[in-house]
Design a protein around this ligand. Structure first.
Ligand SMILES: [Fe+2]
Ligand SMILES: [Fe+2]
Length: 164
């Protein structure tokens, strides 16, 4: 009776895995270009998305389903910071929209446990959206100065592990 919930949860696992891959890709490239603050934001968000995979997987197992560990899409090889933020905002918006819908579907199928999992994810994805949106606003407002500041900050605070 929980097949639909398991299907939605597996779709969420696939989207979260794609987000982990995409944000880690952005993390490496921001670091490579010296944009330390953004590099860190992509890394911490990727870690949170990995936790989302875990929450969905735990729920799937509780419902006696199988976790399909397949990413929903391949990484987009974007190197421009504005394009990165654009895609990241879009991904968060789409996730929040899907999880809202699936929370309602699970509720209609009398599965309030999965509904709660999706609702918690919505809170996090909306927060991620706001974080990316704020960076986009700053980039649009300050342009190259915003990027230059990141490089300066990066020189002051070398990335964790840089001295290892
Ligand atoms: Fe997520
Ligand atoms: Fe997210």
């Amino acid at each position: 009776m929980y097949e639909k919930s398991i299907e939605y949860l597996n779709k969420a696992v696939a989207d979260e895995m794609s987000a982990v891959h995409q944000y880690m890709y952005f993390h490496f490239h921001c670091e490579d270009q010296g944009y330390e603050m953004l590099s860190r934001l992509f890394m911490t968000t990727a870690v949170e998305e990995m936790r989302h995979v875990e929450h969905c997987a735990e729920r799937i197992l509780f419902l006696r389903g199988e976790v399909e560990m397949v990413a929903s899409g391949s990484v987009q090889k974007i190197h421009d910071v504005k394009d990165m933020l654009e895609l990241a905002r879009k991904m968060e918006q789409e996730s929040a929209r899907d999880y809202n819908m699936w929370a309602n579907e699970c509720s209609a199928n009398a599965d309030s446990g999965s509904k709660k999992v999706f609702e918690a994810l919505v809170d996090d994805e909306e927060r991620h959206f706001s974080q990316y949106d704020l960076e986009m606003e700053k980039l649009e407002k300050f342009g190259d100065r915003y990027l230059a500041l990141q490089s300066i900050e990066g020189s002051r605070n070398p990335p964790v592990g840089a001295s290892e």
